[in-house]
Design a binder for this molecule. Structure first.
Ligand code: SF4
Ligand code: SF4
Ligand code: SF4
Ligand code: FES
Length: 508
């Protein structure tokens, strides 16, 4: 029995990556290192035999540092984007590739549900957002970025969502300000089951969207449709109600949590007793908690930049922080997972990314009056998306470990990365060499399953690679064990073509 097996048997968790019960141990990744107290040396627990009287430290500063360094070495030559760059650039972290897939398949309702998991007012933002996502789109390296913002607008205009607010949870929340940050916070809080009360100084909801943006840019019926959807979730709404210092103090006493989303910082807000620098309310950058317990501030009131999508994103994130607070944990905000990134595409990668993707030019809407896509245009434009995200973004152990140990991909990174290469000829799996950590699990499992010729190590030293012998196609090399290998591979190097099923998750 190995140290890892002995620990597992006792319910003690040691991280492992290149170890696989069926394939056996190989000791290549060094994530499983533990410390032998008698010699003070680090040992790979997956392959080191357990012995009577052993005294093992499974977690201390030294083992953590060793694991982090091992991860950083693996990441230095890792070639892949965990999430598509468009999604990383979107302040709301919207699942853009999935939205595109739904629109390409003609499922606009599903597309809207995907969007509204992260963006509460898509038709509105589809008209005013400067689209930082498009600036990061890989397709831009080849010709022009996918028209993400107009696709989002198309789904927001064409589909509608039926809110199903079944849950009701303890917790009364006051939101001050009916601009995009406040409305977004309300949407996500209401859907989580919390009862919101909204105070706004203006007669109609929308804040700066209604009172500052030109109607030609943002038609008021679009704004009305989206604000009504949010308020119709059962919000207690007090329009024409200016909150002053006394009102604020009363609200703090009456509610379990308060969200300040008033837009601009004013002298009056400066007197509410919140820490501020005279221009903005000071907040914790992850949770948006202010200096007053249970009081949060989102949108322009906590910063000077004016970008509606950032305010919308903060509204969503604060709902997460409030849920943490009301569930008894201290609010820390939404977790930000590790992301491997490849940067700009290389020229030789264009054909790899364009395989099976529409080579049409970026479509400009024919309807110049409203500026929106028709159904055919939207589907064609969505088919230009190259789906740059990894197929195993949540199951990949490398990503999970990199997040857990705070590993940096840059620490040992090479000046010039290897080119992305994808073997796609297999019926159900894709093999991406650049994501392989050379653990050999697939080689050993394929051999056990009597795959001929299976997979093998090729090359020497640093250049060693897992490959198909004799340059055969992967389709001929792996006939029966495709899904087994995809499941066993600890990274996204071998993954199912369908990826992880995400479509069933609803926006709730
Ligand atoms: S294999 Fe893992 S670390 Fe690499 S891109 Fe995919 S999810 Fe990220
Ligand atoms: S091609 Fe698609 S997935 Fe890739 S960055 Fe652009 S929109 Fe995102
Ligand atoms: S492709 Fe094979 S060797 Fe590479 S990470 Fe996956 S299982 Fe390990
Ligand atoms: S070296 Fe032990 S799990 Fe990789």
């Amino acid at each position: 029995m190995t140290v890892l097996e002995a620990a597992t048997q006792e319910g003690i968790e040691i991280p492992a990556m290149c170890y696989n019960r069926e394939a056996g141990h190989f000791a290549s990744c060094m994530i499983c290192v533990v410390r032998d107290r008698s010699t003070s040396s680090l040992i790979p627990s997956c392959s080191f035999p357990a012995a009577d009287g052993m005294d093992i430290i499974t977690d201390d500063e030294e083992t953590e540092l060793a694991r982090k360094t091992a991860l950083e070495l693996l990441l230095s030559e890792h070639v892949g984007d965990c999430e598509a760059p468009c999604r990383i650039a979107c302040p709301a972290n919207m699942d853009i590739p999935l939205m595109n897939r739904c629109i390409a398949e003609g499922d606009t309702k599903e597309a809207l549900e995907v969007i509204m998991r992260d963006i509460a007012m898509p038709a509105t933002l589809g008209r005013i957002c400067p689209a930082p996502c498009e600036g990061a789109c890989h397709r831009k390296d080849i010709d022009k970025p996918v028209s993400i913002c107009l696709l989002k607008r198309y789904a927001g205009d064409q589909a509608s969502i039926v809110t199903d607010r079944k849950k009701s949870r303890d917790g009364k929340i006051a939101v001050i300000g009916a601009g995009i940050a406040g409305l977004s916070a309300i949407w996500y809080l209401q859907l989580k089951g919390f009862a919101c009360t909204l105070y706004d100084s203006k007669p109609l909801p929308g804040g700066a969207l209604r009172y500052e943006i030109d109607e030609k840019r943002l038609a008021r019926q679009v704004l009305d449709k989206e604000t009504s959807l949010i308020l119709d979730t059962g919000v207690t709404y007090h329009p024409d109600t200016r909150v002053n210092k006394e009102g604020f103090e009363k609200i703090i006493k009456e509610f379990d949590a308060v969200v300040i989303a008033t837009g601009n910082f004013t002298e009056e807000i400066g007197e509410w007793g919140l820490a501020n620098n005279g221009k903005q309310v000071s907040v914790d950058k992850n949770s948006y908690l202010t200096s007053i317990p249970n009081v949060f501030a989102v949108g322009n009131v906590n910063r000077s930049t004016r970008l509606a999508i950032r305010s919308a994103a903060q509204g969503k994130e604060v709902a997460f922080s409030i849920e943490q607070l009301l569930s008894g944990t201290s609010p820390a905000g939404e977790p930000k997972p590790f992301n491997s990134r490849i940067g700009r595409l290389k020229k030789e990668e264009f054909p790899v990314y364009m395989k099976g993707v529409s080579s049409e030019k970026r479509i400009e809407p024919s309807d110049n009056v409203s500026g929106g896509f028709s159904k055919t245009e939207a589907a064609s434009e969505a088919r230009r998306c190259m789906h740059c995200e990894c197929l195993k973004p949540t199951e990949c152990i490398l990503r999970v470990m990199a997040h857990k140990y705070g590993a940096s991909q840059r620490r040992f990174s090479l000046e010039d990365r290897k080119a992305v290469n994808k073997l796609t000829d297999h019926e159900i799996v894709v093999y991406e060499q650049g994501k392989c950590i050379k653990c050999g699990i697939c080689v050993r499992l394929a051999a056990r399953k009597e795959e001929r010729p299976g997979l093998t190590y090729m090359g020497r030293g640093y250049d060693v690679e897992i490959a198909v012998p004799f340059n055969e196609s992967i389709k001929h090399s792996i006939k029966k064990a495709g899904s087994l290998l995809a499941k066993a591979c600890p990274t996204g190097a071998i993954s199912l073509k369908d990826g992880e099923t995400k479509k069933s998750e609803k926006y709730e």
